[in-house]
Design a protein around this ligand. Sequence first.
Ligand code: C2E
Ligand code: MG
Ligand code: MG
Ligand code: MG
Length: 275
Amino acid sequence: KIQAEGGAQIGSLSTADHKALYTKSIIEKRLLVALNQQDLKVSYQPQLDLNTGEIIAVEAFVRWDDKEIGTVAPDVLIPIAEETGLINNIGTFMLEQVCMQAAQWKESGLNIKASINLSVREFRDKNMAKQISSILERTNCPAELLQIEITEKFALEAEAEKSIIKQMKQLHNDGVRFVLDDFGTGYASFRYMQMLPLSQFKIDQTFISSMPYQPKTQKLVNGMIQFGKSIHMGVLAEGVETEEQKELLAEYGCDAIQGYLVGYPMDADDIEKFF
Ligand code: C2E
Ligand code: MG
Ligand code: MG
Ligand code: MG
């Protein structure tokens, strides 16, 4: 019998479960090596302001191409990192890299905000806000340049909630902006909006991809945008791939878009060329 995390007993495992556990343990092992050797990379995707036609920010994604196991996509990597606790190490790595980069860009006259994805779970660590502040200070990055995207994948545990809210408010007061990612796909969004100091939400790309063909989805997207306006939150649409989608979103009054139409995720050098 195998002792699962959290103490649950797993009886007989199917072949698929065995394979998943095996894969998970290999990824975990290699991830530890990659973190130690600073082998992870960061790619950046531009975000376009529809009102001004300017690029206002870039979102940073973790990229991992391992010597032994090849490329591991975030959709595989992040859930395993969350389970094993290594998500905190990825978070710290990303924060350091991205703040350093944003400060460097500012130095060279490129004043753009940089977004990073953090798991709300990382704020269960009571020192998270302090840690972020010290990274900002150490890298000489103004707090106003940092945006933190969080997802609504998890319900917050009641005990953790107070400390998470407190830490986010602290950072928000310092000038850090918080963004709710993948809006509409989780189950905690309205509660999050009530409790947390959020400046913007991002309409999930699943809505955007079906929008041009489905009148119902068009109404949903338009409704989300009007809702954002009514509560004074910025709205960004993600996964925008076609002119047609962009035009519909502009017509609805969406503030900003991100997606292959504007630009693919790219490394820092290519972002500079892009500008
Ligand atoms: P997300 O934050 O919602 O990021 C959007 C994802 O959609 C990214 O995938 C991006 O490369 C992809 N994308 C961008 N534009 C388009 C488009 O026009 N069409 C399509 N089909 N896709 C597009 P990626 O990089 O594979 O990341 C997937 C998810 O993994 C992210 O979703 C985010 O939740 C998570 N993630 C990525 N990097 C990190 C990280 O450093 N830390 C944490 N905690 N999570 C991360
Ligand atoms: Mg994101
Ligand atoms: Mg998203
Ligand atoms: Mg997503």
